[in-house]
Write a new protein. Structure first.
Length: 501
């Protein structure tokens, strides 16, 4: 055998391909593309060329499947001694090396079809830029192969030896369980997540297909005629309060049922465990996700609740991290529905804690924060009173809006507080959905002071804190702080950042 042949054999050794079932996923993925082609195919048919519709669709399917096969055939990957190597691209070849020491952990995701086929999408949690984060994804691997890959990387990072043959990892310590959602707690959480989203979806769908329906379901006359034809109009007129109560019960049932269904779909079999370097969260009924949240990349924590949930001690915990949680969530939900002791147990590994009960929070000046909204409410009130005095009873609506704005702004300002212990900043917000942000000084990248005409009049400034990563709940700013106090707090935060650097 020639030297060149030996070299090629060595280069091909250890390379793997994605599962051949990837091609089946590509076929299923053509469904939405075919739906988007319907207008173009209809235009061809309307132009009098119906004989070209079937060939056009066949050509589209042939070309799409051909490119999918080429993409699969030209994609390969392997596990090296200290890195994962990926080669892809049909015409322009891309070679990417992901060192093990850059991989915080491995996330595994399974959609409905992938679960039926025992396939999984593997994503590496690294420090790569957001725009490049999908470059290293492996979609789709056999589930056993994906789990083997994660064990290999975690064993390497833990300093364990890896068996060379087949890159199979030696046994590593099992993760410690931190939090689990039982079916009973899952249903209870759904009842607290009351939502009328189902009615909204039905309404939008009805409007979308309005022209295809034989009747106008948004017409009052249609429902009146239906009641007369069915003979229930007289009964409804005689028992209006029963009909009203029935309508309210129906709305409540839809709202509670929607909340339960949404919660079950997202958090079915929710399990949070702790590994050597990361949290691991597994959840989902239709789409099963197995996500790693590296401990070293956690920036802040948010403990949230609701006005009703709080009375029974139920709270939610989210962590703001440099590792994104996908398109639906900017941050990581680690405790969807738990008691405070559950939250304390999860916060401990990242060395965070809820504010001490003995801490005395600083109250944000209420008038300084709510002054802008109160001025708008005052203008609406004057306009509404003028309209009512002129006999325009529609002017009562601005009065209602003004009252709502004033009460909401006042309650929000009363709830907005802050405290610090020299190492961590705590920010309270919200009255309807109370939440507290737990932000270590060392994770703050910038601290800016901003003011305006109203804040200056009250001798206050707004303290704005820049923190890496994104959060859907956390607001890293204090809306109104006395200027001298804000300058002192800013100096302490920046000095902590400088010490860490």
């Amino acid at each position: 055998m020639s030297e060149a042949t030996l070299t090629l054999a060595e280069e091909d050794e250890g390379w793997r391909r994605l599962s051949p079932l990837t091609l089946l996923l590509a076929v299923i993925g053509l469904g939405p593309k075919l739906v988007r082609m319907i207008p173009a195919l209809a235009a061809i048919g309307i132009a009098g060329s119906w004989t070209y519709v079937a060939p056009a669709m066949g050509l589209f399917l042939l070309v799409s499947l051909g490119f999918s096969w080429l993409a699969w055939a030209r994609f390969r990957w392997r596990i090296g001694e200290d890195a994962v190597v990926i080669e892809s691209g049909i015409f322009d070849r891309q070679h990417r090396t992901i060192p093990f020491d850059r991989i915080q952990d491995v996330s595994i995701e399974q959609g409905v079809v992938a679960r039926a086929l025992s396939l999984a999408k593997v994503a590496f949690e690294t420090g790569a830029a957001e725009a490049k984060k999908d470059d290293g994804d492996l979609d789709a691997l056999a589930l056993e192969e994906a789990e083997e890959l994660r064990r290999s990387i975690r064993a390497w990072r833990s300093g364990a030896a890896v068996v060379a043959e087949g890159a199979a990892a030696v046994a590593v310590d099992e993760d410690d369980e931190l939090f689990r959602m039982s079916p009973q707690r899952l249903v209870l959480a759904g009842l607290f997540n009351f939502s009328l989203a189902a009615l909204a979806v039905v309404g939008v769908a009805a409007q979308w297909f309005d022209d295809l329906l034989p009747v106008d379901i948004f017409s009052v006359r249609f429902w009146m005629n239906l009641a007369e034809d069915s003979g229930v109009d007289d009964w409804v007129a005689a028992h209006q309060w029963v009909a009203g109560v029935g309508a309210i019960i129906a709305l409540l049932f839809v709202g509670f049922a929607t909340g339960v269904v949404r919660t079950v779909l997202v958090n079915w079999n929710f399990l949070l465990t702790l590994g050597p370097r990361a949290f691991r969260r597994v959840r989902g009924l239709t789409t099963r996700t197995d996500v790693a949240i590296p401990l070293a990349r956690v920036q802040a924590a948010v403990v949230a609740t609701g006005l009703v949930r709080k009375r029974w001690g139920w709270h939610e915990l989210r962590l703001q991290s440099l590792a994104s949680d996908g398109g639906e969530e900017k941050d990581h939900q680690l405790v969807p529905f738990g008691q405070l002791e559950d939250i304390d147990r999860v916060l401990a590994p990242v060395r965070l804690a809820r504010p001490d009960a003995a801490a005395a929070p600083m109250q944000v000046p209420v008038l300084a924060q709510a002054a802008g909204v109160l001025m708008v409410a005052a203008v609406l009130t004057l306009g509404g009173l003028a309209a009512v005095l002129l006999g325009l009873w529609q002017g009562a609506m601005p009065l209602v809006v003004a009252l709502f704005l004033a009460v909401t702004a006042w309650l929000s300002a009363k709830r907005h507080r802050w405290a610090d212990d020299g190492r961590v900043l705590y920010i309270w917000r919200g009255w309807w959905s109370p939440r507290v942000t737990i932000l270590p000084f060392a994770n703050v990248q910038s601290a800016d002071l901003a003011d305006g005409p109203l804040l200056r009049r009250f001798g206050c400034v707004r303290l704005q804190l820049g923190v890496p990563g994104e959060s859907a709940l956390a607001s890293h700013e204090i809306d109104a702080v006395p200027t001298a106090l804000a300058s002192q707090l800013r100096a302490r935060i920046l000095s902590a950042r400088a010490l860490r650097a």
